[in-house]
Design a protein around this ligand. Structure first.
Ligand code: PLP
Length: 457
């Protein structure tokens, strides 16, 4: 099993050829889920005492399992938050998989971590974080939010402990807007802290004024962080980060910014001003696997002062003593993880290959696509059958098909997938069911989306 043998050549080239062919596909097939019963029929049990052999297992994957997954990089995958990895990043991901690099410590992964840190420095630079900022690549925005907020509570707890005579608060609390991502509520559950929910404004944004009002009304004992969102998932809007930063500065609160989806907009001059104030964040999350064209799973957690991340997350154990004492950069010190794939490397390779200008242009292309789609919806609004719910700020478009029930939106989405045209999902905005399209793929064309809209007629 651990020695390469000539009989492996056949399945080795099948796997490599398949991977290369998949990388070259533009667009890839959309495909779609099958029921467990169908998969039982087509695939059935595959783990046997004697093994089924590399060729048979590969064929089952290529013929039945892969087509039962949706290609998130299809140009008309517009549900949730799609992916659109560059060809360079996907190719390099293959290499990372083949290299058995462990990114747990500088000792084991120095070369890879050195490169990852350059990619992190690019992201910190986009946000305008000062020297001394740093962090790590983690599996996703959810993991990044958990890491940042654990560090925030740790800092508050240390400070509380240092204030002599100050009792530990009965409950720790974080502050977030109603439109914050669901992973913030989940983080609060994991951390066993309460959430002070601030009403969003009519666009779905947390504002400095709203935050101030909510804090005036709340018992502020035990509040350790304010979580702002730079690109809400449902509506794609950026909170009033400057206003939030002012309030956090005045009240001495940790400011965490969840830019998992929208943080990519920092690279686009046309929307950069929306993010003003992010440079004052204490922690910031952005997912290259969303709108920065990296393969799954790749998110970044950055701390304004990396030492505060390390203070919260460094694991101590006898067998880790030597690597912890090197004084070198150990990525596990910045989140809840130890063993880790060097998941930032495909992103680094693509950035190094293409340069940062290409990234800015690709993010701008997606913004232009979104504005073009909004125009197409407005054109159909004039004819009375579509209605733009709100002007898009980033790359999410919310709109209604006049007269449709919730069921009709779901039926249309199901039909589009069955016809292999697109994968979309409806959402709810201010209590009303509507359509939501989210774009991150610069190869998506306005005309293809316009054709899709016309199937709602
Ligand atoms: C704003 C925001 N935060 C957090 C997340 C969670 O990220 P992940 O799915 O990578 O864990 C998402 C996912 O869409 C998101 O849009």
């Amino acid at each position: 099993m651990h020695t390469y043998r000539p009989e492996m050549d056949e399945w080795a080239s099948a796997i490599v050829d398949y991977a290369l062919e998949r990388v070259k596909m533009s667009p890839p097939p959309l495909d779609g889920p099958r029921s467990p019963a169908e998969l039982d029929r087509e695939v059935g049990p595959t783990i046997t005492e004697d093994g089924i052999g590399g060729m048979r297992a590969f064929e089952l994957f290529a013929e039945h399992l892969a087509p039962a997954t949706i290609s998130t990089d299809h140009p008309l995958f517009a549900a949730f938050v799609p992916g659109a990895p560059t060809k360079a990043s996907v190719l390099f991901d293959i290499l990372v998989g083949a290299s058995s690099i462990c990114g747990s410590s500088w000792t084991e992964g120095a070369g890879a971590i050195y490169a990852e840190n350059q990619a992190l420095a690019y992201l910190a630079g986009l946000a305008g974080l000062p020297e001394g900022a740093g962090g790590a690549f983690v599996s996703g925005g959810s993991a990044g939010n958990l890491a940042g907020l654990v560090a925030a509570r740790h800092a508050a707890s240390e400070r509380r402990g240092a204030e002599r005579g100050s009792p530990r608060p009965l409950r720790w609390r974080l502050v977030a807007a109603a439109d914050a991502h669901s992973s913030i509520a989940m983080t609060a559950r994991i951390m066993d802290v309460d959430v002070v929910e601030v009403p969003s404004d009519e666009r779905g944004r947390l504002t400095g004024e709203g935050l101030d009002r909510a804090l005036d009304a709340a018992d502020t004992d035990g509040i350790f962080a304010v979580c702002a969102t730079a690109g809400t998932t449902n509506a794609g809007v950026v909170d009033d980060l400057a206003g939030v930063a002012d309030v956090c500065g005045r009240r001495d609160l940790w400011m965490h910014v969840d830019g998992a989806y929208g943080g990519a907009g920092l690279a686009a001059p046309s929307v950069r001003a929306l993010f003003d104030g992010i440079e004052r964040a204490d922690s910031f999350v952005v997912d290259p696997h969303k709108w920065l064209f990296a393969p799954f799973d790749c998110a970044a957690i950055l701390y304004r002062d990396s030492r505060r991340g390390a203070a919260a997350h460094t694991q101590e154990a006898e067998y880790l003593e030597d690597i912890n004492q090197t004084g070198e950069w150990n990525p596990p010190h910045y989140a809840y993880h130890l063993t880790r794939r060097v998941r930032g490397l495909p992103f680094w390779y693509s950035l190094a290959t293409h340069g940062t200008r290409a990234y800015s242009e690709a993010v701008e292309a997606v913004l232009a696509l979104t504005r073009g789609v909004a125009d197409e919806i407005r054109r159909r609004e004039d004819r009375g059958w579509l209605r733009l719910v709100a002007e898009p700020q980033l790359s999410v478009v919310l709109f209604e098909r006049t007269g449709w029930s919730a069921q009709e939106y779901s039926n249309w989405c199901e039909r589009m997938l069955a016809e292999q045209r697109a994968f979309c999902q409806p959402t709810t905005w201010r209590g009303r069911r509507c359509m939501r399209l989210c774009f991150v793929n610069p190869t998506t064309r306005v005309q293809d989306v316009a054709d899709l809209l016309d199937t709602m007629r």
